[in-house]
Design a protein around this ligand. Structure first.
Ligand SMILES: [Zn+2]
Length: 399
């Protein structure tokens, strides 16, 4: 195939992706710096840059590279055309924001709103929110934005882009939110299951940069799990792998959103913790209020029970997947280092000793917002050229 027009076109696109990723990672750079940093030849870089400018990914700035010799103009991500939008759908609150292609979220251009009660209401609220933060009517969005990434909860069939069942937000059941949104706003929209989005975000912009083997355990609203093994996100047959939250740990326990009883999700999440604190206080409180109540009159029984089940979740992930690193995402464990340590002590007791020793456990740095944004940025990069060619960022010349 080498030498054929198809191969030549593919190699050009691979080089473009490498140049774009260089600017995404390192910020504005001259062509010479890109060539030195990426190990590609100057003509190869120039050709890739020209195409990326033509397609609105990069733009030349007035600033030049400091130093000796003929100063080279710096190239940066196009401010007007190289932007994306992120949407996080959650059981209580949704978020919409814009970001650059390097993943920098413009917090001043973001909004949060209570999750509507119906699917049509949700779709309309997202469309309205996108208009509000961009100041543009939906038909003009494609002038500045390349796409929308959505983080969605529940079981998501990635083959057809459909939420099959969302135990904590049933209005999504059987719906194809990304597809419906795309029809409405005329922009490509990509949905990722929220735990998978957390993995992609952590790997692109968080503590998992460069890691090919890690797990992400989300114990916030529901209990979700994402696994990256050998550099690949484990999706299962149709994208529904990792539903650890719905294994039974309390036979005849609390009814779960999935219809079963006593699922791990009902006892090992921030939501479960808030429910137990609510019982103690005699009134319904959210996670933040539950944490505040804990700080004032720490309820040992509640902490002990939640810590125990969190430890079971951690031990299960390590025993089954043997990850090099396990990231934990949840407010309760982030709120107090002492609680995190207690979970670790319990988890150590419940995990096979060699597997526990082999695994680093860290708190996640990313969040679902970054996950949504990373989802669409990753998709755009894959559209430009397949990922397999860029995993090795060594000095192999592709021209
Ligand atoms: Zn369940």
């Amino acid at each position: 195939m080498i030498g054929s027009p198809v191969a030549s076109e593919l190699l050009s696109k691979i080089n473009e992706r490498r140049v774009l990723e260089f600017v995404q990672r390192n910020g504005p750079a001259s062509r010479a710096v890109m060539a030195r940093g990426s190990g590609m030849s100057a003509p190869t870089v120039s050709k890739a840059v020209a195409s990326l400018i033509r397609n609105g990914f990069l733009e030349e700035t007035e600033a030049s590279e400091a130093g000796f010799g003929r100063p080279g103009k710096l190239l940066q991500l196009s401010e007007h055309k190289a932007n994306v939008l992120g949407v996080v759908i959650d059981a209580d609150t949704c978020w919409i924001g814009s970001a650059r292609l390097d993943g920098a979220v413009a917090e001043e251009q973001s909004i949060s709103f209570r999750t509507p009660k119906s699917y049509d209401g949700l779709l309309q609220a997202v469309i309205n929110g996108l208009g509000e933060i961009t100041g543009q009517v939906k038909d003009d969005l494609s002038e500045r934005f390349r796409g929308v990434g959505l983080s969605v909860p529940g079981l998501f069939n990635s083959r057809v882009g459909e939420t099959v069942m969302s135990p904590n937000l049933h209005l999504l059941d059987g719906q194809r939110l990304a597809s419906d949104l795309s029809i409405e706003i005329g922009l490509q929209c990509i949905a990722l299951q929220e735990s998978h989005a957390l993995c992609v975000g952590e790997r692109m912009y968080g503590a998992a940069r460069g890691m090919n083997d890690f797990a992400m355990l989300d114990v916030s609203t529901g209990l979700g799990l994402g696994i990256v093994s050998g550099g690949h996100l484990l999706t299962g047959n149709s994208g529904m792998a990792g539903e650890l939250g719905h294994i039974t740990v309390v036979p005849d326990g609390q009814r779960c959103g999935c219809g079963n009883r006593g699922c791990l999700e009902t006892v090992a999440t921030d939501t479960a913790f808030a429910r137990l604190i609510s019982k103690e206080l005699g009134r319904k409180v959210g996670v933040q209020e539950a944490l505040a109540a804990l700080a004032v009159n720490g309820t040992e029984k509640v902490i002990e029970q939640t810590v125990d089940y969190l430890a079971i979740a951690v031990a299960t992930v390590i025993n089954i997947f043997n990850p090099a690193t396990l990231f934990l995402h949840g407010q309760l464990m982030n709120s107090d280092p002492a609680i995190f340590k207690r979970v670790m002590r319990q988890a150590k007791k419940r995990t096979l000793s060699p597997s526990f020793k082999d695994c680093r456990i860290l708190q996640s740095q990313g969040n679902k917002r970054l996950g949504a944004v990373a989802g669409i940025i990753d998709h755009l990069a894959n559209e430009l050229a397949p990922a397999f060619a860029t995993i090795d960022n060594g000095n192999a010349e592709l021209s």
